[in-house]
Design a protein around this ligand. Structure first.
Ligand code: NAP
Length: 420
């Protein structure tokens, strides 16, 4: 593979797929890993995460050969385009990478680069583990109950981006079709209107739910909950639930039990070695995650539900500064924090790099480097217990010492090295 405008590191080796469907990787001791720092605070958290992850790899006798690639503001500066083909190709070619946040203008301007990247690489599952780290301040009474992994569909629903602007010829054509031919005249008010279409497919749903169930089985999780708004949107969100149950019933034999065949919530525990698949309506789910946190384990969600739920769940365990994520497709993986580019803090060496670092930790797990992943987790926990924290956490803890983004990374590196 040749790259026009970015340099492939001279050292380091490629990660390759060990099987055709990309479930297993062959990972060299020093893989080449593409990284986008990102916009706004990405320029602060990107380098911090890079240093911490390098340290964890080196302390465990390995290495990471980073390959800087560009998107958003950094790509516009260099190449006068938002998402260069070299960047997409690097993520395809090297299989595993990490990115910081990218800014998306609201209401006008270019479409989301995050969405474009996820769609073009077919990273169909956005995975967001949400767990409590000892010592972290939280707005809820018992944050230790939170140990949930969200699987958010990443290519359709609102991410399909099928919508038309009020006042355009296109929206009037759609209005006419929907009103006259489809018989929904009463459903759209007169005057200017924006119209969107929400596709949810059997293909998109089933591959997402399959990933969530596989994950639950591999990690000995007890339950996968399908989160939908099928009471109102019967043929999209309702279909998500139905296709989700179909996967559970038809593809897993005795390994999976669905709620309607056995599960009784009041009984508490899932029976034996099986995973239970059940479902919740999204609005109920948002309050249940607060009031019955410990009952939720793995969630499988259409795009928009997954967005709301994972930010809200992130707030329960310390906020966006620490909430990690990763995008997964067949044989492709791009780690990415939940938070955005927080432009008001750009370049101030102020924000919390933990979300990006813990996203990198998911990447280490994906590489099978569990020892390195544990080092990172322990280092973060130690820093929190020592109360040496960036502003977002420091402001919630009495007697804490406020440190900069780069200082926090230094502390984590010390904590990692001291575990060697
Ligand atoms: P945001 O960038 O996530 O920031 C919202 C608030 O969350 C910040 O003001 C800050 O709260 C807190 N926060 C975020 N990251 C933090 C960190 N690392 N450490 C500490 N606190 C942090 O959300 P937004 O302002 O709605 O979005 C800004 C831009 O990011 C938009 O263009 C949006 O489209 C984009 N975005 C990108 C992604 C992505 O790349 N995947 C995801 C979401 C949003 P306080 O002000 O209270 O300190």
């Amino acid at each position: 593979m040749s790259y026009d405008r970015v340099e492939v590191p001279a050292e380091g080796e490629r990660i390759t797929l060990a099987d055709a469907d990309g479930d297993e990787l062959d990972v060299p001791e020093k893989p080449i890993v593409p990284i986008i720092y990102g916009d706004g605070v990405g320029t602060d958290v990107g380098p911090a995460a890079q240093r911490v992850l390098t340290s964890a790899a080196e302390v465990t006798g390995r290495g990471i050969e980073w390959m800087r690639v560009y998107a958003g503001a950094s790509a516009r500066e260099r190449y006068d385009e938002n998402l260069p083909e070299d960047t997409l190709e690097a993520f395809r070619d090297f299989k595993v990478g990490i990115k910081g946040p990218l800014t998306t203008p609201v209401g006008a301007g270019y479409r989301s680069l995050n969405v474009a990247l996820r769609q073009q690489l077919d990273l169909y599952a956005n995975v967001r583990p949400t767990y409590y780290i000892d010592g972290m301040p939280s707005p809820v009474a018992d944050p230790t109950e939170m140990d949930m992994v969200g699987f958010r569909e990443n290519t359709e629903d609102v991410y399909a981006g099928v919508e038309w602007e009020a006042g355009t010829e296109e929206v009037e054509q759609v209005r006419e079709f929907v009103a006259e031919e489809m018989g929904f005249g009463e459903s759209i008010h007169d005057g200017p209107v924006g119209i969107g279409v929400k596709p949810i497919s059997e293909f998109g749903t089933k591959r997402l739910v399959r990933r969530a169930i596989d994950y639950a089985l591999e990690r000995n999780r007890e339950k996968v909950t399908l989160v939908h708004k099928g009471n109102i949107m019967k043929f999209t969100e309702g279909a998500f639930r139905d296709w989700g149950y179909e996967v559970a019933r038809e593809e897993y034999g005795d390994e999976v039990i669905t709620e309607d065949t056995l599960w009784n919530e009041q009984d508490g525990e899932a029976p034996g070695e099986t995973v239970v698949v059940d479902d919740r309506i999204a609005d109920n789910m948002l309050q249940q995650l607060l009031t019955r946190t410990s009952q939720y384990d793995v969630l499988a969600m259409p795009n928009l539900n997954g967005d709301y739920l994972s930010d809200s769940a992130g707030a329960q365990i310390g906020g966006l500064g620490i909430a990690p994520g990763a995008n997964m497709g067949d044989g492709r993986f791009v780690a990415e924090p939940v938070h955005g580019s927080a432009p008001k803090y750009e370049g101030q060496d102020k924000v919390n790099p933990t979300a990006m670092i813990l996203s990198g930790r998911i990447m280490l797990e994906h590489l099978g480097w569990h020892d390195a992943s544990n080092l990172v987790y322990n280092a973060v926990e130690e820093a929190i217990l020592d109360k040496r924290l960036t502003y977002d956490i420091e402001r919630q803890i009495d007697d804490a010492e406020r440190v900069a983004t780069s200082e926090f990374a230094d502390i984590l590196i010390e904590n990692i090295e001291s575990q060697a």
